[in-house]
Structures are given as C-alpha cells and as structure tokens.
Design a protein around this ligand. Structure first.
Ligand SMILES: *Cc1c(COP(=O)(O)O)cnc(C)c1O
Length: 382
C-alpha cells in the first residue's frame, strides 16, 4: 500500500511497524540491542546512529504523518530543535525567529548562539512582512511556531515559506502545539518540521522525546550532526512512543472537540476577561487557522477577571491539575508568568502580550461536562 492512500489513523496504528516473524505477535517487537553484527548496510547499526530497528520503524511512521520523505527521533524536543537549527547554521550566519517562541527555544537562542558566532533577530510581529523585514545578507534560516505558546497566535505558513524560498532560506517550524493530526506544514512549503514528542505524540505525560521530519537530503544533513551531538532516544522509549502514536489521531480529535467546547463556554462566561483559541470566530486569525489547520488543537488560554485571584482559582480546581507540561490525556493548566515563561524578562513577556493573570489550558479527553463543572466550582470559591 502506498502512504498516500492510507488515512491518518491507519498510519498511526500500523505504518512502519516491525513484523514479529518469530512469534507472530500483534505489535512491533522491541529490540534493545546496542550491538549488532556487521551487515551490508552503509552505517553500522547503533542507537546513537539513529538506525536500530525500532528507531527506523518509528521514523517511517513520523515521516508519513508529516508528509515528509524522512524523519529522525530524538531524546527530547530540545535535542530535536537544537540539532535541526545547528545543522543549517554556522559561525557568521544569521537566523530570523518568530517573536513568540517556546521558552526553551528562546533560551537556546539567546543564551547559546552568540558563543557560536551565530546572530539572530526576532520579528516585531507575526505578519509575513515582519519576517521579511528582518532578513539580512547572511540570513540562512526562518523559524516559526504556530499556533504559538501561550497566546495561540497563527503564522501564515504558505506566506512564510514563499518568503524563505524567495531569499534562498531554510524554513523551519516547531509544530508541537498543532501535532501532525491538525497541521502538516510541509504541504504549505515549509522545509523542516520539528516536534516535542513529549507532548501530543506521547500524549500520556510519561515520555520525553523529539522528532524532526523533512526531505531525505535535509534529514541526511541533520543526521550527520545528530550522531555527533548524541541526542538519540533509547529504544525502549522509542517503542513506547510507537505505542502512544497508535491512538494519537483519536486522542487529538477528542482534545480538539473538548477545547472548542471549553473555549466557547469560557467566552460566554462573565468571569472571564479574554479567551485565546483559534477555533473561536472571535480569534483574529480564525480564517487563517481554518485555511492551514485540520483541527484547532487542544490548547487554549484565558484571562480571569481582575476580581478573581488566579492563584486561588488554580488551587480550588479539583479535577484539572496545575502542571508544567501539556498535551496529555489529562487536563492541565498553568500560569505562564510563574512557570513556562518565568525566565523571560518581564518587559519581554509584556512585549509578547502575556498578562500576569493569563492561564494556559491544555484540554484533555475527560468528559467536557466534568471539566466545565470543575472550572465553575473553582470560580465560585473565589
Ligand atoms: C515542550 C516543548 C518543546 C521542548 O520539548 P522537550 O521535549 O521538553 O525538550 C519545544 N517546543 C514546544 C512548543 C514545546 O511545547
């Protein structure tokens, strides 16, 4: 069967899987070997070379999910981000990055790039012209993240990739928030797609992993750096991640549905000042989101009225947990100012529009009535 003909859930469940020729088991066998006999393969099999049976099998599945020719799996999302970036940047080069970025990526760029002689510019806004305005003679990469964290702004993928092509740059996206279920950036001309597989791909808050997908040519280039950086993922976790991805399609669709209902509920609630969700008609980028996403995702943010203490509100929740990470089957929320964006300078947070009372909500797969009830009782206690 060709990949083109298989639908999302078939790819999630089966694509790339290893056959158990010995016992005819239903799932991919787990090969934990770090040592393999020499074979007629170009590179010896070794986990840090990203070519063990389980690594190769899962890479095929992720490439198929992202409509890419090839993919690699990493030990964390940041291993994927840093390796992908450094594969296309060297001393003297410049990169243009979207102004609203995942905190870890912002830290990587602002804390590390200078010592490698790589210069960078953040865009002033999220319109395509804001990206083009920052391009210099020595720019090599454009880097975007959409929907963004934590305000769920949308960047125009087709327009940014067009700008990148016009200037001969490599375009990259952190596609973590959308997941491959809701957005396939390669279809819009983006070159390199990065995921923190810790989030929707893993989906159960028990796996730390990352992935990069692109053309075979670009993945070769990333591989040569990756084997030297050493950020591969252990085969046991690769195998667990394959198991997790089998249900990614149905999980994420359930999260999309719950998030849409939750966003609509919060939007109508007089105790809530603002709701940020691309699935709302009131979202400024709703039409753009509709044109490039298949679902609006499980992430939303909201601001409580000033009369409600955001800290006390979070403490009063019984079902929804306050937690750092996101995208699990369980609903979690956090205050970006106190957690994910706490390392950003206050003025940078303000520049990005992140208010102190903002709450980022990762909507899970629980019954929506129970989630709404929990929000209600927590508001009433304040
Ligand atoms: C979590 C996250 C990362 C980093 O992934 P790790 O697996 O924690 O290293 C990168 N980008 C986004 C958008 C994330 O949410």
């Amino acid at each position: 069967m060709s990949t083109k003909k298989q639908g999302l859930n078939t790819i999630c469940t089966h694509f790339g899987e290893l056959e158990d020729t010995q016992f005819k088991g239903a799932i991919s066998p787990l090969y934990m070997s770090t040592s393999y006999a020499f074979e007629d393969v170009e590179v010896k099999r070794y986990p840090r070379y990203f070519n063990t049976p389980n690594q190769v099998a899962l890479s095929k599945k992720i490439a198929a999910l992202e409509h890419a020719e090839a993919a690699l799996i990493f030990g964390s999302g940041m291993a994927a981000v840093s390796t992908a970036l450094m594969a296309f940047l060297r001393a003297g080069d410049h990169i243009v990055l979207q102004k609203t970025l995942y905190g870890g990526t912002y830290n990587l760029v602002t804390e590390e790039f200078e010592k490698f002689g790589i210069s960078y510019s953040f865009t002033e806004g999220l319109q395509p012209a804001h990206f083009e305005a920052k391009i210099k003679e020595n720019t090599k990469v454009i880097y975007v993240e959409t929907p963004s964290n934590p305000l769920l702004t949308i960047t125009d993928l087709a327009a940014v990739s067009k700008i990148a092509k016009k200037h001969g740059l490599v375009s990259m996206i952190d596609n973590t928030f959308a997941s491959p279920v809701n957005q396939n950036p390669i279809d819009f001309g983006i070159d390199v797609v990065i995921h923190s597989a810790t989030k929707y791909m893993g989906g159960h808050s028990d796996i730390l992993a990352g992935a990069v997908a692109s053309t075979s040519e670009y993945m070769d280039r990333i591989f040569h750096l990756a084997k030297n950086f050493g950020g591969s993922l252990s085969d046991y976790t690769v195998w667990l991640l394959e198991r997790s991805i089998k249900t990614m399609g149905i999980r994420v669709k359930a999260q999309n549905e719950n998030a849409q209902k939750m966003a609509e509920y919060l939007y109508e609630n007089k105790n809530i000042k603002a709701v940020y969700y691309p699935g709302l008609l009131s979202h400024p980028d709703h039409e753009l989101a509709k044109s490039q996403m298949k679902g609006f995702g499980g992430m939303l943010s909201f601001e409580l009225n000033d009369t409600i203490d955001a800290y006390k509100f979070q403490k009063s929740l019984a079902l929804i947990k306050s937690s750092m990470s996101l995208a699990g089957v369980e609903s979690t929320l956090l205050s970006p100012t106190k957690t994910s964006h706490s390392l950003l300078p206050a003025e940078e947070r303000a520049h990005q529009g992140i208010a102190d009372g903002l709450i980022r909500f990762s909507v899970g797969i629980e019954e929506i009535e129970d989630l709404i009830e929990d929000i209600n009782q927590a508001i009433e206690k304040n």
